[in-house]
Unconditional design. Structure first.
Length: 581
């Protein structure tokens, strides 16, 4: 388009004028014109100041399919620069070059400085053409060249006046921009104050919610424990009546007692669900892993549900493929989850079947248990809702079947605790399939993310000289939650308490070598056993004075006659489980 030879500073002024003229003819606005002219001026300044004569060339070029105005500034004497030690080692020169490059860089889209031996130093500037000038046809290009070549440059004074006017216009615009920035900063400061106030308010509400949640958990735990004692009493008395302990019942009386017994069982199940949920949230549920066959769990569930499935129109089917390996998991929690699936399936299936199956994963590292039914089914929204606590789906079956809405949320939490996951597939009116997938071997390190969950073995130490009572107690309270240690004398019991560090001790009161009182004294005086809770289990301690003597040092006292009833055993197990959590 145009080439200008540089031999003096006046040539640099002309080149700047031409740069602005070219930019204007190509459609750049006034601000871009000034930027291009300033970048060219800076490049020329470094060329003339240090490298003598040179040239400036203006041309158009497509860079990555984008038309650009290119300006090439060349200094002739750079050919001998590498031999000119005074120049290459001149710190002022290097700083000046770096300053010019840094100043020009933000003004253009492309800037490149290159030393070419025998040719010179080339400073290449590029600026993308504005959209208004596109497409750049050959006719437009020729018109631009003709105007540039015919337009006479202004004298220095006129050009300086033009530059000053441009600078004044730029300063006015900068002042407006600064005022806008100041106003924006003021708005941001006010917004920040509002955000900080809102954050503080949210923090206070979060603290209140946290406190409220802790109170709720504590209340649920306390209330649940308090409910269980009268419920067990109701169940025990109902059991005595149904066993005709105090005489025969009429048909109507038996019907009424059965209603009471069933209602108490339902209430106990609800309380247990609430208690389990609360314990999980409080981090007080332990994982007790054992080696177990899935056939054993299926067999237990089959026997449990056989008398409960009173709907002759619904078949309960268990199918188990061969070659399922032995599981290493918490069998009680897995059984509880599957039991909940089956219970729900039977409740919401009026006709057809409920099928329980199992399948190994392809890599044989996981087992999935499926419970499918032909019941009323669920919508997609309902499939998410059922896992929310205290949520029940509104349908005609639910209205006549009571529940807490905690079974599935509890099952989901238990599944996560044993490293598993629950999936539900259902279609309204076409039945549902609930499945749990667990690892064949529970990985304690992987799944024990809660610092309160300790997979530590729980031990119950039974100190009693009556071997028959040992056998009875093992059969009634041993449910794989803990191991039972046996001592048939007071001295043996003290020795085991020190060496095994049991979780809780059941202590008889009358024994041949040491009395229960003497054993209790030794346990409480030893720093290794002083904090182990003790339950007195006896058939002979009846004096009120004896009870007062030990009541502050033991957690409970049970008469062996009480343990012969279902109610008494339930109370003892509950008391033990309080300290196993």
């Amino acid at each position: 388009m145009l080439k200008i030879y540089l031999t003096s500073e006046y040539d640099g002024i002309i080149a700047r004028q031409k740069a602005q003229q070219v930019a204007k003819l190509l459609g750049f606005d006034i601000h871009e014109q000034v930027r291009i002219a300033t970048a060219v001026s800076e490049s020329i300044r470094i060329s003339l100041n240090h490298l003598g004569e040179g040239e400036v060339a203006f041309f158009l070029e497509d860079i990555d399919n984008e038309p650009m105005l290119m300006v090439k500034v060349k200094g002739y004497e750079i050919a001998s620069l590498k031999e000119n030690k005074n120049l290459t080692e001149d710190k002022n020169y290097n700083r000046s070059l770096e300053s010019a490059v840094n100043y020009a860089q933000p003004l253009v889209d492309k800037l490149q400085v290159e030393d070419i031996p025998g040719e010179g130093r080339i400073i290449l500037l590029g600026k993308a053409l504005p959209k208004a000038s596109l497409p750049m046809t050959e006719q437009k290009f020729d018109e631009v060249i003709e105007i540039i070549n015919n337009k006479q440059p202004k004298n220095q004074l006129d050009y300086m006046r033009q530059q000053n006017q441009e600078i004044l216009n730029t300063l006015v615009e900068l002042k407006k921009k600064q005022e806008e920035i100041n106003e924006l900063n003021k708005e941001l400061q006010e917004t920040n104050k509002g955000v900080i106030a809102l954050y503080n308010e949210l923090e206070e509400k979060a603290e209140l919610l946290k406190l409220s949640n802790e109170v709720k958990k504590s209340t649920l735990l306390t209330v649940s424990h308090e409910f269980k004692t009268p419920i067990h009493s109701i169940l025990g008395i109902a059991g005595l009546l149904l066993d005709r302990t105090d005489g025969e019942l009429s048909e109507e009386q038996e019907k009424q007692v059965l209603f009471i017994d069933k209602a108490a069982e339902e209430l106990l199940e609800m309380v247990n669900d609430v208690l389990d949920i609360s314990k999980i949230e409080a981090g007080k549920i332990t994982i007790n892993t054992i080696m177990v066959q899935i056939e054993e769990i299926f067999s237990t569930l089959r026997g449990m549900f056989k008398p409960l499935n009173i709907n002759e129109n619904v078949k309960l089917i268990f199918e188990l493929p061969d070659n399922i390996p032995t599981l290493y998991t918490d069998d009680r929690k897995l059984s509880q989850i599957i039991r909940n699936f089956i219970s729900n399936a039977l409740k919401f299936t009026e006709e057809g079947e409920v099928k329980v199956t199992a399948r190994l994963s392809e890599d044989k590292k996981k087992l999935s248990v499926f419970v499918s039914d032909t019941g009323i089914g669920l919508t997609e929204d309902q499939q998410e809702e059922i896992f929310r606590e205290f949520t029940q789906i509104d349908n005609y079956i639910q209205k006549r079947s009571r529940g807490t809405g905690l079974g599935l949320p509890l099952s989901k939490k238990l599944a996560e605790m044993i490293g598993g996951s629950i999936i539900v597939e259902s279609r309204l009116g076409a039945g549902s399939t609930f499945s749990i997938t667990i690892p064949i071997e529970y990985n304690e390190a992987k799944n024990n993310n809660n610092g309160n969950l300790e997979n530590k073995e729980k031990k119950v130490l039974l100190i009693d000289d009556d071997k028959a009572f040992h056998y009875f107690l093992q059969k009634t309270i041993d449910d794989n939650k803990y191991s039972i240690l046996e001592a048939i004398s007071g001295s043996q019991g003290i020795s085991l308490a020190v060496s095994e560090q049991p979780t809780i001790i059941l202590l008889d009161w009358i024994m041949p070598d040491l009395s229960g009182y003497e054993v209790l004294e030794k346990l409480k005086s030893n720093s290794l056993t002083e904090n182990v809770p003790v339950i007195i289990v006896t058939s002979s301690m009846t004096a009120e004075s004896e009870y007062k003597l030990i009541s502050s040092r033991v957690i409970s006292v049970f008469n062996k006659k009480e343990l012969l009833s279902k109610d008494g055993i339930c109370l003892l197990k509950d008391k033990i489980n309080e300290f196993m959590a």
